[in-house]
Design a protein around this ligand. Sequence first.
Ligand SMILES: Cc1cc2nc3c(=O)[nH]c(=O)nc-3n(C[C@H](O)[C@H](O)[C@H](O)COP(=O)(O)OP(=O)(O)OC[C@H]3O[C@@H](n4cnc5c(N)ncnc54)[C@H](O)[C@@H]3O)c2cc1C
Length: 398
Amino acid sequence: METHECIVIGGGVSGLVGASRLARAGRSVLLLEAESRLGGCARTWRPRPDFWLELGAHTAYNSYGPLLEALADRGRLGELLTREKLGYRFIDHQGATSSPMTRLGFVEAALHLPFGLGRPKAGRSVAEWFGGLLGKGNYRRLLAPAFAAVLSQPADAFPAEWLFRRKPRMQEAPRKFTFSGGLQGLLEALAEDAPFAVRPGAAVTALTGGRDGYEIRVGDERLACRQLFLAVPVDAAAALLAQVHPQAARILAGFPMASSEALGVLVPADRVGLQPVAGLIGDEDDFWSVVSRDILPHESLRGFTFHFRPGRLDRQGKLDRAAAALGVAPGDFLDVAECLNRLPAPGVVHPPRVAELDALLAGEPLALAGNYLNGLSLGDCAERAAREADRLLNLKES
Ligand SMILES: Cc1cc2nc3c(=O)[nH]c(=O)nc-3n(C[C@H](O)[C@H](O)[C@H](O)COP(=O)(O)OP(=O)(O)OC[C@H]3O[C@@H](n4cnc5c(N)ncnc54)[C@H](O)[C@@H]3O)c2cc1C
């Protein structure tokens, strides 16, 4: 049976940062990814050789330390691309856009801010904490739709402590960046000429074993490892852990998921009247947000990804809504791509459950990384992955 010191399951940011860190320390590492491409939620559509558009994650910051460290290990930091400084605007059903600041009630904000700032976020939902920060009216008009646009799901019940955590910034990197080939390109770069092996198209179907070693099934094939690094979505993690760690699996089974439907459209630049924007925020609309490629302008093309609420519109309905929002006809779209995005939908009960999980796994050669453990952002995932890799590296029997 093929045997490795560490097997990493999942080729999104969590798995790639984990694999980079373990391999850098000299472990023999194999990363298994179910899809034929790496990147997970960083999904870049490439409809033209010189034009790509993000269908998933779109913005990265120089506070994403462990991600940037992994990129620096590959010698690829120089390929970061600075995003144009553009803002987000709200869009109404008639296609009119407005600055988020027009929704801010200054008097209400001034009355709440002095009392709102010092309160701890732990145990409070986004609606509770941010509603206390700027007032309920400001929360409803401005923050609720803006945060739902960020999370591609309703934000009210989300744990406040998992949204916008302050992290140190790497000064050598642009404050906000993307990469040649988009953020999927950045994650692919982590695996190019890397000191670990990667197998795309390898969906793990079962796990057995425990402290003394794990056996991994990929179809009919069996692989073995001493340490296991699980970096898959939470529902997949719950299913895979059922035999090797039933207690952890039971906790994970209680984490809900949300989905959103992405529609990417490519349009001739001269057909769109909309001023350049980073994106648009929908309010009680069919979509949570629209992410634009204007942050890296192209001379003749523009691209927009609409993140639709799930199950509301069929394909034609989405095309019509997207065209109306952009002030064009569906026939103006040069190319269209669709995908389903899935993210965890945690509430305030979940951070304490992660603490429970961490206590259960302490001392075990099993690491858990992913966007359900300390926040959704690529930076949160990279941070957790680095911490878990370091835990495996420091295990006594290692
Ligand atoms: C629409 C959208 C917009 C976002 N925007 C941003 C943003 O702008 N900035 C930001 O920082 N974050 C953003 N995020 C969040 C961020 O992209 C994700 O939370 C993060 O990429 C998750 O990474 P991950 O590696 O934990 O999981 P994933 O990316 O989900 O990767 C898990 C991988 O595991 C694989 N897998 C699953 N089951 C198996 C199996 N049985 N065997 C082998 N492999 C398996 C999957 O195929 C997948 O590749 C966005 C997310 C979405 C969906």
